[in-house]
Design a protein around this ligand. Structure first.
Ligand code: BGC
Length: 266
């Protein structure tokens, strides 16, 4: 049986750990050749590429800082050199630098906005340019697919994380505006909004039993998510199974956005 993403090339930014690592793994399992972008951790990115190749797939790991336009261009050049083009781009790189509002430094505000929002802008822009440059391919109904990694915090305000919440709120409107602009070219743009997924970014929230118990109160479905939960959603959004879906945010959050505090009459 043909795999859903066979003969397609996927680029995943920030894929050396966490959700990006999980998404790269799932896209490769669905048959895509993958470009695993990393910024500071070559070892896990190279190890994942080697693992995918061992399993019969195709992969490379490429270093780039997504907040730097020249490095983003070089990243797409690496996709072209190795695989000819790219069909699926997951703008995933993201970080947190938490502080109370009065203590938030401009440096940390900028650092988070530069990667989480500007980085996705630069990645999506390079993706659209590449899709338009190479034209249609018989591998998919769409000219290309972009998936932005958002968060439940594109709608849930988050005290102590104002830079992060603002960046994800920005991702929502950027994604929708871009989706509107490029739909006539048959480019689909969507977001995934993960809730609490077990990754290094939120280790403090699930590592100790007490923290885990607090966290689970926010998740009606009763478990913390796994990177694989996001990976499966990404495979669907990247495939022709979702060909009529564009400009939407798929919340993969175990119900975190269902206002669980109101379940008992508010
Ligand atoms: C954040 C995590 C957090 C989750 C739910 C994510 O976007 O990166 O740290 O656990 O949202 O609050």
């Amino acid at each position: 049986m043909q795999k859903l993403l066979e003969n397609q090339v996927a680029l995943i930014t920030g894929a050396s750990s966490g959700i990006g690592f999980g998404v790269a793994t799932s896209l490769a399992e669905a048959g895509a050749s993958v470009v695993i972008n990393y910024y500071s951790q070559p070892e896990p990115a190279e190890a994942l590429a080697a693992e995918i190749i061992r399993a019969g797939g195709a992969a490379i790991a490429v270093k780039a800082d997504v907040s730097d336009p020249q490095q983003v261009d070089a990243l797409f050049e690496a996709c072209r050199t190795r695989f000819g083009t790219v069909d699926i781009v997951v703008a995933n790189s993201g970080l947190q630098k938490d502080a109370s509002f009065v203590e938030m430094t401009l440096r940390d505000w900028n650092a988070v906005l530069n990667v989480n929002l500007t980085g996705q802008f630069l990645t999506a822009q390079a993706a659209v340019r590449e899709f338009l440059r190479r034209g249609a391919r018989p591998v998919s109904k769409a000219l290309g697919k972009i998936i932005c990694m958002s968060s439940v915090h594109q709608v849930i305000p988050w005290a102590g994380h104002i830079n992060y919440a603002a960046s994800k709120g920005g991702v929502q409107m950027m994604m929708q505006t871009l989706a509107q602009e490029v739909a006539p070219q048959r480019i689909r743009v969507n977001s995934i909004a993960p809730g609490a997924i077990k990754t290094p970014i939120n280790k403090d929230a699930w590592e100790s039993p007490e923290a885990l118990q607090r966290l689970l109160k926010l998740i009606p479905y009763g478990r913390v998510g796994e990177p694989d939960d996001i990976g499966k959603a990404a495979v669907w959004l990247a495939s022709d199974e979702s060909d009529y879906v564009t400009g939407t945010t798929l919340f993969v959050d175990g119900g975190m956005t269902l206002y669980p505090g109101f379940e008992d009459n508010g």
